[in-house]
Design a protein around this ligand. Structure first.
Ligand code: FES
Ligand SMILES: [Fe+2]
Length: 356
């Protein structure tokens, strides 16, 4: 597929010497969530992503396509067009574009101008999301594998949600490498808390393809929880959920991560986090949370409600801060911030790979 970047390069060469900042949102070359799969039906849909106006639609195989929204002819919105014979048809003069953005027909015209084309993005549809690659004409690493969501034995129960928030992509993703906000923000009273930045020897096999491309960053938080608090905590305490060894392992790529929480050494839950940079200071956080089943039906219901709500509430606790804080990169840092600072270096290395 032709990328937005290729098209952008051509048009800027011909336009003028105006300096155009092609990456004003300081985005990393990486995979982002464009939307939930279920949000895209048969009709084209207007979306905004990376600060750009785009259109999403499905071709004749049902495969998603994301392309520039405004027609290369006179700029009509393809989002109010129709899909005909597997192509998107512009509503204004009925030019048709295929799933690679090529104009394939113009009524009563035989020779299609070479500039009659729409730039497209590389797409993958997986885990109930439509993912889009940003930054280079083809992906520099594969979309990470989330084995809990592919588990054919159905050992997990899924809980999916998203939050609109202010902030930036790295702010959202670095949160899991920031061990010292857990007690103040998430009221997780711990006797001790320790963060270890993991090296490649600790990578899970599913992350090998990312590791090879230096697109993997991981940390482990280990804590001893004294007790849970709040209404859910009261239930947890009745059930004896106290004095627990808690650890959380986060395996990040530049714009998302897969996390695993262990209670007393056993896997309890897993989470896939993806990010959607809509425009400046406008982000959507998506989470597909997977709760490990026990052997008992009623206990499963309790686990589902307890872990599901607790997790969604805890993301909401972060969102409150993201919505009200002023980002500063010149802050005063201490040793507790090394996970965040290391992650920012990693993120920036992928911003630097964006082709301009
Ligand atoms: S503006 Fe799209 S076909 Fe004319
Ligand atoms: Fe948090």
């Amino acid at each position: 597929m032709t990328s937005i970047l290729e098209k952008g390069t051509q048009s800027n060469q011909t336009k003028s010497a105006t300096v155009v900042d092609k990456n004003p949102l300081n985005l990393a070359a990486s995979w982002y969530v464009a939307m939930l799969s279920k949000e895209l039906g048969k009709k084209p849909k207007a979306i905004q992503l990376f600060g750009q106006d785009l259109v999403a639609w499905r071709d004749k195989n049902g495969t998603p396509v994301i392309m520039e929204r405004y027609c290369s002819h006179m700029g009509a919105s393809l989002a109010i067009g129709e899909v005909k014979d597997g192509c998107i048809q512009c509503p204004f003069h009925h030019w048709r574009y295929d799933n690679e953005g090529n104009c394939v027909s113009i009524p009563d015209i035989e020779n299609i101008p070479p500039t009659a084309r729409q730039a497209t993005y590389v797409i993958e549809e997986r885990y109930g999301y439509i993912w889009v690659w940003y930054g280079t004409s083809s992906p520099l690493f594969p979309l990470p594998k989330y084995s809990a969501a592919e588990d054919e034995k159905h050992n997990y129960m899924s809980w999916r949600f998203s939050f609109n928030t202010k902030g930036t992509v790295p702010l959202l993703v670095e949160n899991l490498h920031d061990s010292h906000h857990l007690d103040p923000v998430h009221t997780l009273p711990c006797d001790s808390i320790q963060l270890t930045i993991l090296d490649e020897q600790h990578s899970s096999p599913q992350f090998e393809p990312l590791l090879k491309k230096a697109a993997w960053f991981s940390s482990l938080i280990e804590a001893r929880i004294k007790s849970y608090v709040g209404p859910l905590g009261a239930i947890a305490q009745v059930l004896g959920f106290k004095g627990i060894d808690y650890s959380h392992r986060t395996e990040s790529w530049p714009t998302g991560h897969i996390g695993t929480s262990f209670l007393n050494g056993e896997v309890a839950v897993k989470a896939l986090i993806g990010t959607t940079p809509v425009a400046e200071n406008q982000i959507i956080l998506h989470e597909l949370f997977m709760i490990k089943k026990s052997g008992f039906f009623l206990l499963n219901i309790f686990y589902y409600l307890f872990f599901g709500w607790q997790n969604q509430l805890s993301v909401w606790e972060d969102v409150k801060h993201w919505n009200t804080m002023k980002l500063r990169r010149d802050g005063a840092y201490v040793k507790h911030d090394r996970g965040v600072l290391k992650f920012r270096e990693f993120y920036q290395s992928w911003v630097n790979k964006v082709e301009v």
